[in-house]
Design a binder for this molecule. Structure first.
Ligand code: NDP
Ligand code: 2IT
Length: 444
């Protein structure tokens, strides 16, 4: 049996209850097959793939907090420090009731390659909790965040592990966590990114993932003879990534016609009114169903359905496994030319293959949504030198990084005779730097 197959089989046996983690590992290892086969004996001897797929450290802890009724609630907290070969662990904190160890491991594993692709010195990590911020008062969110950080602070630090936002963790949560870290550790350091601008945050970090996604899409389209102007775009999600993806797409002259949340989706033929979405989701933390009150000509539908709308470009920006094979077929039938993942692993493996086989340009999340973590690394740099760069400076660096990521994955795909297969290209380009650093550092 080949080394790649051996490792996949062993991981399946050891982690049967972690389907998302297995899915992420399979996608990466399948892409790496051509690289591994060139040096199979040495890699097997060094147990390279076993080391790559086993987190360096995993922390799981109890998070007790008191709700507004005086009832004690208990959540589970996680931090997976996956790989520190090229820099301190870096990756977000997800707060969502679906969070479990397998989901945090999948996200941490993806983060290794994503962070490597940015070209910046950051290792891979991820964390979070099954806490649901939805419907909680500010005081309850603060109580949770303080309790969570009381334990997490033992494992992180500006040169060790630097968490940030993800689903359910935005500026409010980062603020509460930063305050508690500083209070316990007596250290004012850049231990979290996505901070507010008044206490060490970076300009553009809020917009970075969505803007970065569009910078990469623009380059991908350009290199394949298309552009954004006049394109119709379908977006899923209405959170941080979705909102700023929509903003940049509109700025580039495209028309965004859909957005969604976990309850339903809106179709606005005239183009989504982003001020309305921001007011509903960012300010009032309400449901997207409210959109039609402001825009009576738009339609709101419960459940899922965004990918059935005819579009040129599809940008899944909500969560993992939200674009299935049936959706891929529908997109192809409707003439879609490009799919780029704003979320982490939103497209299932069979849907990805279907899109690629039918000539749809497909940019995988670890490349397409790397602008968020890249700008987090720029926030770390600014914190280290105790300076703040201008919006234009950070935005220009972000754009450069995304254009470089596109060309690195494009070149890697070409080197391995998989021209245009950006999944293979991104995985190989991300892997090369990490494996080089791991090899240089010996068996650790
Ligand atoms: P937010 O919490 O800001 O928004 C998430 C959006 O997705 C909301 O509209 C939410 O709906 C929807 N959503 C979440 N879970 C589900 C679900 N199970 N089913 C349907 N809809 C769902 O998160 P972000 O925008 O920050 O993150 C979105 C994706 O992007 C995630 O995959 C994340 O890992 C990835 N990402 C985020 C980065 C960042 O910088 N924030 C960087 C790179 C990737 P509702 O409001 O109803 O919950
Ligand atoms: O998935 C991701 O890359 C993030 N949630 C952002 C991580 C970060 O450290 O900014």
């Amino acid at each position: 049996m080949s080394y790649v197959d051996e490792v996949i089989q062993s991981l399946e046996e050891k982690n049967p209850a972690q389907p998302e983690f297995l899915q992420a590992v399979k996608e990466v290892l399948e892409s790496l097959r051509v690289v591994i086969e060139q040096n199979e004996e040495q890699y097997r001897k060094d147990a390279l793939l076993e080391r790559l797929t086993t987190p360096e450290k995993v922390f799981m802890f109890r998070v007790p907090w008191v709700d507004d009724q005086g009832q004690v609630q208990v959540n589970t907290g996680y931090r997976v420090q996956f790989n520190s070969a090229i820099g301190p662990y870096k990756g977000g904190l997800r707060l969502h009731p679906s969070v479990n160890l397998g989901i945090i491991k999948f996200l941490g594993f993806e983060q290794i390659f994503k962070n490597s692709l940015t070209g910046l010195p950051i290792g891979g990590g991820k964390g979070g909790s099954d806490f649901d911020p939805k419907g909680k008062s500010d005081r309850e969110v603060m109580a949770f965040c303080q309790s969570f950080m009381t334990e997490l602070c033992k494992y992180i630090g500006a040169d060790t592990d630097v968490p940030a936002g993800d689903i359910g963790t935005g500026a409010r949560e980062i603020g509460y966590m930063f305050g508690q870290y500083k209070r316990i550790k007596n250290l004012y350091e850049g231990v979290l990114t996505g901070k507010g601008l008044s206490y060490g945050g970076s300009l553009v970090r809020t917009q970075a993932t969505g803007y970065g996604l569009l910078y990469l899409v623009e380059e991908m389209l350009k290199c394949n003879g298309h552009d954004m102007a006049g394109k119709t775009v379908c977006i899923s999600g209405s959170g941080n990534v979705a909102i700023y993806a929509a903003e940049k797409a509109a700025e580039m002259g495209a028309k965004v016609v859909t957005m969604s949340d976990s309850t339903g989706w809106v179709y606005d033929a005239e183009g989504i009114d982003l001020d309305a979405v921001k007011e509903i989701k960012e300010v009032r933390r309400a449901r997207l169903s409210e959109y039609v009150k402001v825009r009576p000509n738009a339609q709101y539908t419960e459940g899922r359905g965004v990918w059935a709308v005819k579009c040129d470009i599809a940008l899944p920006c909500a969560t993992q496994n939200e674009l299935f094979i049936e959706d891929a077929k529908q997109l192809v039938e409707n003439g879609c030319i490009a799919v780029a993942e704003g979320a982490n692993m939103p497209t299932t493996l069979d849907a990805t293959e279907y899109l690629q086989e039918h000539g749809v340009l497909f940019a995988p999340g670890k490349a397409a949504n790397a602008g968020g973590v890249a700008t987090s690394a720029l926030e770390m740099s600014q914190n280290s030198e105790r300076l703040s760069w201008t919006f234009e400076e950070v935005d220009a660096k972000l754009k450069d990084i995304m254009v470089n990521i596109f060309h690195n994955m494009d070149d890697a795909a070409k080197r391995y005779h998989a021209d245009g297969n950006y999944v293979i290209g991104a995985n190989i380009a991300g892997f090369e730097k990490v494996v080089d650093a791991m090899t240089a550092q010996g068996i650790v």
